[in-house]
Design a protein around this ligand. Sequence first.
Ligand SMILES: *[C@@H]1O[C@H](CO)[C@@H](O)[C@H](O)[C@H]1NC(C)=O
Ligand SMILES: *[C@@H]1O[C@H](CO)[C@@H](O)[C@H](O)[C@H]1NC(C)=O
Ligand SMILES: *[C@@H]1O[C@H](CO)[C@@H](O)[C@H](O)[C@H]1NC(C)=O
Ligand SMILES: *[C@@H]1O[C@H](CO)[C@@H](O)[C@H](O)[C@H]1NC(C)=O
Ligand SMILES: *[C@@H]1O[C@H](CO)[C@@H](O)[C@H](O)[C@H]1NC(C)=O
Ligand SMILES: *[C@@H]1O[C@H](CO)[C@@H](O)[C@H](O)[C@H]1NC(C)=O
Ligand SMILES: *[C@@H]1O[C@H](CO)[C@@H](O)[C@H](O)[C@H]1NC(C)=O
Ligand SMILES: *[C@@H]1O[C@H](CO)[C@@H](O)[C@H](O)[C@H]1NC(C)=O
Ligand SMILES: *[C@@H]1O[C@H](CO)[C@@H](O)[C@H](O)[C@H]1NC(C)=O
Ligand SMILES: CC(=O)N[C@H]1CO[C@H](CO)[C@@H](O)[C@@H]1O
Ligand SMILES: [Ca+2]
Ligand SMILES: [Ca+2]
Length: 570
Amino acid sequence: MGRGFLTVLLLALKLSSVFADGLNWWKSAVIYQIYPRSFKDSDGNGIGDLQGIIDSIDYIKDIGVDAVWLSPIYPTPDKDFGYDITDMRNIYSVLGNMSQFEELVKKLHEAGIKIILDFVPNHTSNEHDWFIRSTRGEEKYKDYYVWRDPESGMQPPNNWVATISKGSAWQYDKFRKKFYLHQFLPEQPDLNYENPEVVREILSVLEFWLNKHVDGFRMDAVHAICESQDFADEEIGPHGERYHEKTWDQPKTLDILAQFRAKLDEFTRVDNVSRVMMVENYNSNPYIIKKYYGSSNVPIAHFPFNFYVIMNITKDSNASDWAHCINEYYKALGKENWPNWVLGNHDQHRVASRFSEQHVDLLNIINLVLKGTAVTYFGEELGMPDSLVRQDQAQDPQGKNLSFSDFMWNSRDFERGPFLWNTNTTAGFSSNLNTWIPVSPSYWRINVKAQNTSERSHMKIYKDMIALRKNMTLMHGDVDAQHINSNVLAIYRYYYDNPTVVTVVNFGNFMETVDLTSGRKSLPKKLYFYTASLNINDFKDKDNKLKVYNSTSITLPPKGAIVLTTIPFK
Ligand SMILES: *[C@@H]1O[C@H](CO)[C@@H](O)[C@H](O)[C@H]1NC(C)=O
Ligand SMILES: *[C@@H]1O[C@H](CO)[C@@H](O)[C@H](O)[C@H]1NC(C)=O
Ligand SMILES: *[C@@H]1O[C@H](CO)[C@@H](O)[C@H](O)[C@H]1NC(C)=O
Ligand SMILES: *[C@@H]1O[C@H](CO)[C@@H](O)[C@H](O)[C@H]1NC(C)=O
Ligand SMILES: *[C@@H]1O[C@H](CO)[C@@H](O)[C@H](O)[C@H]1NC(C)=O
Ligand SMILES: *[C@@H]1O[C@H](CO)[C@@H](O)[C@H](O)[C@H]1NC(C)=O
Ligand SMILES: *[C@@H]1O[C@H](CO)[C@@H](O)[C@H](O)[C@H]1NC(C)=O
Ligand SMILES: *[C@@H]1O[C@H](CO)[C@@H](O)[C@H](O)[C@H]1NC(C)=O
Ligand SMILES: *[C@@H]1O[C@H](CO)[C@@H](O)[C@H](O)[C@H]1NC(C)=O
Ligand SMILES: CC(=O)N[C@H]1CO[C@H](CO)[C@@H](O)[C@@H]1O
Ligand SMILES: [Ca+2]
Ligand SMILES: [Ca+2]
């Protein structure tokens, strides 16, 4: 048996594992979350809309993302900006109409981009027709929501508390003469998943959108879907802490979600294009998160979002905190569950503000170089900062009626500001001077047009990283994340005899010189430049050629990141 034969055999094995692994679109994908009210306003009312997204497809295609996830687009009285829905099978008139939605799906698909919708299963608006009929006790709808009789003295049935409004999770309804459950605002009554009619109704909503060719769903706050049916009080900790042991992460919730997944899989089986299911659950324990994948026999989500960069990492985290977060997550998931990486969303201050502008390239590079699906909250590719919002301009119910410091901490208006297109009025977002949330004043410097025109920019680094993800090593390779010292993180990606990709990040405040072979002995002496954060400018030699780096001696400025490869990629 000659070497040639072995190589062929190994190659064949590798290819078959690639196919077996299913080069499934959602695994290699970068998913781009758009907050529709804030992307592009087409009709000058100061609020972004579906037509605005249709008009911006060239941009979405240009940055190279694979799928768009839209925050809710359904009719809503806006008590919680679309997370309080009055009709799950329709489009909110402020954002557009059904024919515009259909055009958006068609045009995205023509551009090779998938579309994922937000789905809010835990509750509806109190203005939803189902709820109004339920308060009247109409037979079909009377058990669509969670109704309980008052305790003596008109007290709520138990001590459960709501997440946004804080007080009791129970609200008395004077028509029905019972309390209904709301795990969030009183205007968001919880659906009763003990009722098979409700499950059937929700499955038919999923089917409605799948028939409109959506490629998947992001399911909101799934930890709150089902409640313990003993309706017993929850434990209260010594400092008033709640563990929500009766209302969060109940076993029945996983059953319900598996039924949602089975509905998606019915559509997947028809054309072999996966309809993806992503779920939101902020649990600090990665082993609980893992349960939301289900098993190979009973699959649940394709993935629950990985919120550990959001929950466990801050601007002050050192290289060992990062290495721990990365390795702990992969370890908890095991080999059988596909990972994902998320830096921000519509509920978190933006990366450029929560960390700093100097962190933008570092975080984008890490997010895109790690193994797994990557999620980008629109604007992260530009290093877009939060909007500056005065308290009297607040829109988010979660930020209203609070002290100033609680407002700054709790309000989600900051990260929901309009996208920064150019240096025109309102950054090219709207022809209206008054936008629903003020435009970030940084737009004169940070915007799409400027970053596309500059030779180097956050956006160009982001696009470089997206291109790199098409390489075998990044799609399939293993990850070895190590702290070389307390400031410098090295992420090695390797895959059989494919080139190794090494990412080095200095989180510290001083210049660092490190030996990358200390983390991986087999690393060759010569490494080639692929891309780097904006603060690294010395990657070309006198002849304007990309430098060859010495792996035993790599120097990085503070908050610098560099991506190197074992053979030249450029
Ligand atoms: C960036 O500039 C190139 C070249 O001028 C152009 O083709 C491309 O459409 C621009 N992209 C964006 C997002 O403006
Ligand atoms: C949807 O809105 C567009 C733009 O306002 C309009 O031209 C179109 O007639 C509307 N379609 C329907 C079905 O209402
Ligand atoms: C889907 O894949 C299966 C198995 O690989 C194959 O039998 C079937 O023909 C495919 N269907 C379509 C529509 O491509
Ligand atoms: C995040 O922090 C929690 C403790 O707050 C810890 O239990 C968990 O393992 C950490 N997750 C990761 C992925 O490091
Ligand atoms: C804020 O306070 C005002 C007046 O006290 C009240 O009308 C309103 O309902 C409160 N809003 C919220 C979201 O609690
Ligand atoms: C800037 O605004 C002017 C006037 O509204 C408009 O004609 C032009 O197209 C805008 N330019 C860009 C790049 O949006
Ligand atoms: C990965 O990059 C290397 C170097 O450019 C190249 O030889 C290889 O073909 C690439 N693989 C893929 C799948 O793009
Ligand atoms: C990194 O920071 C953590 C606190 O976030 C600290 O406990 C740890 O000792 C630091 N590690 C190093 C290597 O400096
Ligand atoms: C690489 O760096 C090490 C440490 O500075 C040095 O000893 C060695 O000579 C360098 N090798 C090359 C090829 O420059
Ligand atoms: C709970 C849920 O479905 N997720 C959403 C529901 O709850 C609150 C209130 O709307 C939202 O903020 C969550 O995002
Ligand atoms: Ca509009
Ligand atoms: Ca519930």
